[in-house]
Design a protein around this ligand. Structure first.
Ligand code: A3P
Length: 291
């Protein structure tokens, strides 16, 4: 199964992409001007992107959960390179919105080198431990028609990871590209596991980073809104309207747990990921929780 290819996939510098992410959009993104006050959420798939996007949007909008429920998340924080439902890319959607722009990407940092170095845009990088990320990714491959509804087993999917042939490329290469910037003043790193353990603190960290001051009652409201149960029932974030997702095979908000990898990984698989984590992630001074 290491030779599994989904329909329409293409590769840019080792990054497997869907056909509705075009090289033209990526080229346009390289020179897209990002301004002071703009916010870019950069995540590898399945690391809690949706959760982090909703948090960032609420922090930027004074915790207005009513307003958040009135517009689909992609309309509030467009997915830059992706043409949702084959329509406009997030980049095109932004052209009709006045700044400051809130936006999201799953691309490696290479595309945004100029904007990162210009230091204007605020960048929130989301990260999750690689083992839970891969398990979540396996179920995403199964439920996603665009990815060919992967029929293989977990072991088959792990082979695909070992071959560095999954959507958006290898987890470790992806994070190497972004973590090199983590200590810049306009960059904040948010860990999925911290959102689990200490969400109020994460909301405060994001608020301080973005220069917003939120009273405690607003923070409490955001924490409640972001619970797994509430987000699972919230149609503006649970992706239930995505025609390409078969939520009956596996819901987009699937389990939302830390440590589910233990139900899947063999000792050998776990050792292999531990080694890459120690060799590639820890040297950046980043430690992640696995349980
Ligand atoms: P699982 O598949 O492990 O459940 P992304 O948005 O990057 O695709 O990430 C999806 C993962 O984030 C899924 O993980 C999903 O359940 C989890 N997630 C989304 N919202 C969450 C929440 N409110 N609480 C906990 N996990 C959440």
């Amino acid at each position: 199964m290491a030779d599994y290819r989904f329909p329409g996939e293409w590769i840019k510098d080792g990054m497997v992409l869907e056909e509705n992410v075009t090289s033209e959009t990526i080229s346009r993104l390289e020179s897209f001007e990002m301004l002071q006050g703009d916010v870019l959420v950069a995540t590898y798939p399945k690391t809690g992107t949706t959760w982090l996007q909703e948090l960032v949007w609420l922090v930027c909008n004074n915790g207005d959960t009513r307003k958040s429920r009135s517009v689909n998340l992609n309309g509030r924080i467009p997915f830059l390179e992706y043409k949702m439902g084959g329509g406009e890319s997030g980049l095109e959607m932004l052209q009709t919105k006045s700044p400051p722009h809130l936006m999201m990407t799953h691309l490696r940092s290479d595309t945004f080198r100029t904007q990162i170095e210009a230091g204007k845009v605020n960048i929130v990088i989301g990260i999750r431990n690689p083992k839970d990320t891969l398990v979540s990714f396996y179920h995403f491959y199964r439920m996603n028609r665009s990815l060919g509804n992967f029929k293989g087993s977990w072991d088959d999917f792990f082979e695909l990871h070992k071959a560095k042939h999954i959507l958006c490329g290898d987890y470790f290469r992806w994070y190497s590209s972004w973590l090199q910037y983590k200590d810049k003043p306009n960059v904040l790193l948010v860990k999925y596991e911290d959102m689990h353990r200490r969400m109020p603190d994460v909301i405060k960290d994001v608020s301080n980073f973005l220069g917003k001051k939120l009273p405690q009652n607003i923070i409490d409201g955001i924490v409640q809104h972001l619970s797994f149960d509430n987000m699972s029932k919230n149609n503006t974030v649970n992706r239930s309207i995505m025609a390409t997702f078969d939520n009956k095979i596996s819901p987009f908000l699937r389990k939302g747990k830390v440590g589910d990898w233990k139900n899947y990984f063999s000792k050998e698989q776990s050792d292999a990921v531990d080694k890459s984590y120690k060799d590639i992630i820890e040297p950046f001074g980043v430690t992640l929780s696995f349980e």
